[in-house]
Design a protein around this ligand. Structure first.
Ligand code: ACO
Length: 280
């Protein structure tokens, strides 16, 4: 007998500074510590990972947004202090714990990264709805999403190097994939803020809208994404992800295999497979 893991409770989510709403194939995750500008802790990321592991299979779209004026001010800076945040170990505390401390810290970071990695899986499309600041881990969370919709007051900043750190929450790869190596070096090593209009020019934003229109723009995008059949959407996202840096012949072969699988499934379903898929 398999026992399905339960999604985090409201209390677990609240302790992690999160809220979750699942309705109509859409999961909306709200970063909900506005009094700290949605600063995040290790628990935020492990609970995010838990959300990813337990979302109902019916969920096709994940929207991540922030409550209040900022998307997220990044890691809760108390995580670096001697006491950490309440109920969680300080990052520095791992290193003072004697032999094995470095390995334990690396394992903890691996757990945090799980909160980001699932947002890329093919069966869902993830959207970051960003208003105000997305700093450090906040910027990396937006980068972990497939799509970014920005309010015109959005400010993106990879602040880690300015604090003596590196971006380690899976943000380096999407950043380089999107803006290229040289621009990524410039953005990270100056830790400057990128405005919404520059983000659009750098392709860090699919859409920039007036702040008052952010929710509506995300709703419109969600509706358009939901209109595409889920199996075709998942297979296409997987193909596009594999296309990055792949050999053309290898990718062409993947396209053929994926199409045969799609046509086979459509034929099994009968119409419209029998007469071909609807014209696009
Ligand atoms: N960690 C803990 N507390 C924070 C954080 C944070 N990352 N960001 C903001 N807060 C707290 C502030 O200390 C303040 O608390 P207080 O009301 O008790 O004084 C409250 O949230 C509101 O912050 P303000 O600075 O007053 O808000 P403002 O809108 O003026 O500025 C901003 C927002 C730009 C986000 C600013 O707070 C800031 O620069 N925060 C630090 C950002 C940072 O360095 N993050 C770490 C990046 S590296 C990484 O994420 C791995």
């Amino acid at each position: 007998m398999t026992v399905e893991a339960a999604i985090p409770t409201e209390d677990q989510l609240a302790e992690a500074g999160l809220r979750l709403r699942v309705a109509g194939g859409v999961a909306t995750i709200t970063l909900a510590r506005p009094e700290r500008r949605n600063a995040m802790t290790g628990r935020t990321w492990t609970v995010l990972a838990h959300v990813g592991q337990t979302l109902p299979a019916s969920v096709r779209i994940v929207v991540i947004k922030g409550e209040g004026p900022s998307f997220s001010s990044g890691i809760d800076l108390a995580m670096f202090g001697p006491d950490g945040v309440e109920g969680e170990p300080s990052l520095m505390g791992y290193l003072g714990a004697g032999p094995g401390g470095e390995a334990a810290l690396e394992a903890a970071i691996a757990g945090y990264q799980e909160g980001f990695l699932w947002l890329r899986r093919p069966g869902i499309v993830s959207i970051a709805a960003v208003r105000g600041h997305a700093i450090g881990a906040g910027f990396q969370l937006a980068l972990a999403c497939d799509l970014r919709v920005l309010a015109d007051d959005a400010r993106l900043c990879m602040k880690e190097p300015a604090l003596g750190l590196v971006p380690d929450l899976t943000g380096t790869k999407p950043l380089v994939d999107i803006v290229g190596l040289s621009r990524a070096i410039e953005l990270c090593l100056t830790a400057r803020s990128v405005s919404a209009s520059e983000a659009r020019d750098l392709r860090l934003a699919e859409l920039v809208v007036d702040g008052a229109d952010l929710d509506r723009a995300v709703d419109d995008l969600v509706a358009a994404l939901l209109a595409t059949p889920p199996e075709a959407a998942a297979a296409t996202k997987a193909l596009l992800q594999q296309a990055v840096g792949s050999d053309p012949a290898e990718q062409a072969a993947r396209e053929r295999r994926a199409q045969v699988a799609r046509l086979t499934a459509l034929a099994r379903q009968g119409a419209p497979g029998a007469s071909g898929p609807p014209a696009g």
